[in-house]
Design a protein around this ligand. Sequence first.
Ligand SMILES: [Zn+2]
Length: 268
Amino acid sequence: MAAELPRYEVIALKYASRGGARPDHFVGGDPHDRPMPMDYFLWVVRNEDRLVLVDTGFNQDMAVKRHRTLLRRPGEALALVGVATRDVRDIVVTHMHNDHVGTFEEYPNARFHLQDDEMAFATGRFMCCDRFARPFEVEHVTGFVRLVYQDRVAFHDGDAEIAPGISVHRIGGHTAGLQCVRVHTGRGWVVLASDASHYYEHFEQQRCFPLVYHVGEMVEGFARLRALADSPEHVVPGHDPLVVERYPALSPQLEGIAMRLDQAPRKP
Ligand SMILES: [Zn+2]
């Protein structure tokens, strides 16, 4: 059955980074006060027939406001792999945090795939609380409300197929409506965890990232990622610099920028 499904190339595009230390990234801190930088990615899923973008990253405005290092605009990163933003028809929004939806206005022809719970969360009572509201940008959220009224948001509730061999799955945890993406590739089912697991260590050791709406859902999500993927080596965390080390570059020119996630990773 799976053999009849289309297979896709999956590319992680690194567009930004920031510093940080290990205690910043785990609930309860960490005994080792070592640097633990964070990378920022968006993801391209494509074959001859189809192109799906996963998240849109942020531009210089957010980099300045939030003290991140923008290495290249997400639109520039896409151009490096031959994708023009105007040509993108389908975008999965894993969640509405600023680093995942920041450039949504650059895609005039796209439909945005979003969980019901995420829009409810981003426009509801928890946004009265700075702890939950801080990673969101009100201009992004109101922009998405406008997209709803333009009939450009495809709402999903739980599991949904975006195309044959590409599906979204509500995880929650980090935000109320966070969704991961499962893609059929030449090496089997790959799962783009996005912020269901910021680093490998989170899902491998069941440790939580401190920015969390629901700890129980986050922990259950780690098991869900493993269940959806063909193996733990098929789970791709959302912000881990190890992704750049482990996966082969799309081409020698794009070393450190574009990684082929549909190819087997180097063993850790
Ligand atoms: Zn996030």
